[in-house]
Design a protein around this ligand. Structure first.
Ligand SMILES: *Cc1c(COP(=O)(O)O)cnc(C)c1O
Length: 462
């Protein structure tokens, strides 16, 4: 660390605090501390402006599936910028990268998906879904079907429709929600099933049954769709019981309701299949895609439209009055093409399913012996550790203590990016990880758990 770097770090922090409003950030708090300035990245590592090397166990923000510094993506962007940096796809025009990507997406997604609608982000994808499912039911002569059922603690983005679909009170309290969106409880076995001595499988059926209760409460003739993440990401890597999703599918089918899988995190290999719905063994009508589609190198999102909805839109719907300037942005599409081809070339989906995912699961399971750990879950390259106050009784810490944040601070201090959702510590590392890198990550996680435990004793919170 030299003085020049120190100086520029302070300058950046000052300018950042003065001019930059960050997403999901308490600015007064950030200004006091100063932002951490990330300057460079390679493979699964980041470097900050002080030269510290950090293992990025969150893949940026759940998106850098192929890791940083992948030359094919860089080359694809450069080539496309020279060739055609922008053109729209509105007025009966198209361009090769968007066409080729649409074709490739039809190949890698489940067979019911032959069409894609491009957006700039996952939030825009979910906004598109709200408009599209309501349009679908209008076309089908059932305009009363407007209500979309979602789940508490689900995350579907931060635009008006995205935040309304999301089940997060802190978001709803700021700016309100759009009408005709309602929520059911998440399938959180540790919170709801375990205290009642239910097996995970039995609890999964009960939790899915909450959807049917809600449908009957709203009136089946008013329900348009159900949306959920196969594995809830931002909510804390909540892996549902194996019985949950098939039962959700059965209930949607029973009432003719559209099933939407938000694949923004689970898509593009993260769960060990191309899409999370394949891991959960369900057949959605629509899928939201973003994040891993470009490994985050440039922004891109979209909606995969299943034949049921696509046929209505195309054959009966006329014009769908919806779209974004950057729908099918050529540079984003070129990068997505290179990214998906790289996933195929490196056989990353199988790597996650058969090698590195099971290895992560095995190493995560070993954390269960730690005195602070009440529950461990993983699915592909996502993992969660529930911190508890009393392991034997599975009692949780008082939320005000913010034990998760305390643990996260130790992670940051020790060269590891791990996220805290309440007292659940979560990871979603790049899919390209090797076993040695998983070992390196696990050693850091264990050290941070030990440091957290020591601090809790020191504060007499244990
Ligand atoms: C991140 C995320 C979104 C929102 O995507 P943005 O690109 O941030 O708008 C939607 N759904 C899920 C499941 C996400 O994780």
């Amino acid at each position: 660390m030299n003085t020049v770097t120190q100086e520029s770090t302070r300058q950046w922090q000052a300018a950042d605090a003065q001019h930059f409003l960050h997403p999901f950030t308490d600015h007064a708090g950030l200004a006091r501390k100063g932002a951490r300035i990330i300057t460079r990245a390679d493979n699964i590592y980041l470097w900050d402006s002080e030269g510290n090397k950090i293992l990025d166990a969150m893949s940026g923000l759940w998106c850098v599936n192929v890791g940083y510094g992948q030359q094919p993506l860089i080359d694809a962007a450069t080539r496309q910028m020279k060739e055609l940096p922008f053109y729209n796809t509105f007025f009966q025009t198209s361009h090769p990268p968007a066409i080729e990507l649409a074709e490739l997406l039809a190949q890698v997604t489940p067979p019911q998906f032959q069409h894609v609608f491009f957006t700039g982000s996952g939030s825009e994808g979910n906004d598109t879904i709200v408009r599209m499912v309501r349009r679908y039911w209008d076309i089908k002569g059932e305009p009363a079907r407007k209500v979309i059922i979602s789940r508490f603690n689900g995350y579907h983005g931060s635009t008006m429709a995205g935040s309304s679909l999301s089940g997060m009170k802190g978001m709803h309290d700021q700016g309100g929600v759009i009408p005709d969106i309602t929520h059911i409880e998440q399938p959180h076995w540790f919170e709801h099933g375990r205290p009642q001595n239910l097996s995970r499988e039995d609890f999964g059926l009960i939790a899915a049954g909450w959807l049917e209760t809600k449908i009957l409460e709203v009136g089946p003739e008013r329900v348009a769709a159900f949306i959920g993440e196969p594995v809830q990401g931002a909510g804390g890597v909540m892996v549902p019981p194996s019985t949950y999703w098939p039962e959700i599918q059965r209930i949607c089918d029973k009432y003719g309701i559209l099933l939407v899988s938000d694949e923004v995190i689970c898509g593009f290999g993260r769960t060990g299949h191309w899409f999370g719905c394949e891991t959960m063994d369900v057949k959605p009508d629509l899928m939201t895609i973003a994040k891993g589609i470009t490994s985050g190198y440039v922004p891109l999102g979209g909606v995969m439209v299943g034949e049921r909805v696509a046929r209505a839109l195309i054959d009966e719907g006329g014009e769908f009055n919806h779209g974004f300037t950057y729908s099918g942005h050529p540079v984003a599409c070129a990068v997505a093409l290179a990214n998906i081809r790289l996933i195929q070339q490196l056989d990353l989906v199988r790597h996650v399913r058969e090698d590195i995912g099971p290895y992560l699961a095995q190493r995560f399971a070993e954390l269960a012996d730690h005195p602070l750990v009440g529950e461990v879950q993983s699915c592909g390259m996502m993992g969660a550790v529930q911190l508890v106050k009393d392991k034997a009784a599975s009692t949780l810490f008082e939320p005000d203590l913010e034990v998760g944040m305390l643990c996260r601070a130790h992670c940051f201090g020790n060269g590891l990016i791990m996220r805290a959702v309440g007292d659940r510590m979560i990871v979603a590392p790049p899919l390209v990880m090797t076993r040695a890198q998983v070992d390196e990550m696990m050693a850091l996680i264990r050290r941070c758990l030990d440091l957290t435990l020591a601090e809790l004793h020191q504060r007499s919170w244990l």
